[in-house]
Design a protein around this ligand. Structure first.
Ligand SMILES: Cc1cc2nc3c(=O)[nH]c(=O)nc-3n(C[C@H](O)[C@H](O)[C@H](O)COP(=O)(O)O)c2cc1C
Length: 193
């Protein structure tokens, strides 16, 4: 079991956020869901363009099946117990002049992390995914060409590790990180092996 340890002092919320797969299958309330999107809303973005878009389906609604079916079987095996699935997209252009917005993915990444940290603070699971059919998502959810499909999210109430398939139970733990020195460079880029 990895014990997450910060090399330098940071708030505990960064160490406490992680991506469990075990979820209980219970719903979350609309208030909880909107609080997660509210956190995303306050992310910074270049020119305050706010390019993030969240297309969501609650498990109890008619929208669930289409979004669930986008996932690869591996992700379906544990996402079946999620309360909400989300497809995250971002607008490639600025809203006011339609010129390319270079940092739209960067901005949308900030919004997702806000959501993830808020979920963690509320004791909820928020788990990012790239294991899904991006082309099918564009067609099924009618996402226009000037939006990039970034990722999917599984959101839910925490569940029991024992309810996961055996091979996933072994992977259900917090991961570690590379040391700070491996990704910061004073003054000039350096390739780190
Ligand atoms: C954009 C993105 C895509 C990911 N795709 C998947 C995925 O398809 N399936 C999965 O089980 N986990 C996926 N993950 C979870 C990562 O494996 C996990 O975030 C990473 O190992 C770090 O662990 P932590 O989030 O628990 O700190 C994804 C995470 C992100 C941010």
């Amino acid at each position: 079991m990895v014990k997450r340890v910060a090399q330098y002092p940071i708030n505990e919320l960064f160490l406490n956020r992680w991506s469990p797969r075990a979820m209980s299958g219970e719903s979350i309330s609309d208030e909880q869901l909107m609080t997660l999107f509210e956190a995303a809303r306050w992310a910074p973005s270049s020119f305050n363009n706010q390019p993030w878009r969240f297309i969501y389906a609650k498990r109890t609604t008619q929208f669930w099946e289409a979004i669930f079916n986008l996932l690869v079987p591996f992700n379906q095996s544990w996402c079946k117990n999620a309360a909400v699935l989300v497809v995250v997209a971002s607008r490639n252009t600025f809203a006011w002049n339609d010129k390319p917005a270079r940092t739209h993915s960067f901005d949308t990444g900030s919004a997702w992390e806000n959501l993830a940290l808020q979920a963690s603070l509320m004791g909820l699971v928020a788990h990012g995914m790239e294991g899904f059919d991006y082309e099918k998502a564009r067609i099924e959810l009618k996402i226009p060409e000037n939006y990039t499909i970034e990722a999917m999210l599984a959101i839910g109430k925490p569940g029991k590790k024992e309810d996961l398939p055996k091979e996933l139970q072994e992977r259900e733990e917090k991961s570690d990180r590379n040391p700070v020195a491996s990704f910061i460079f004073e003054g000039m880029f350096k390739e780190v092996k």
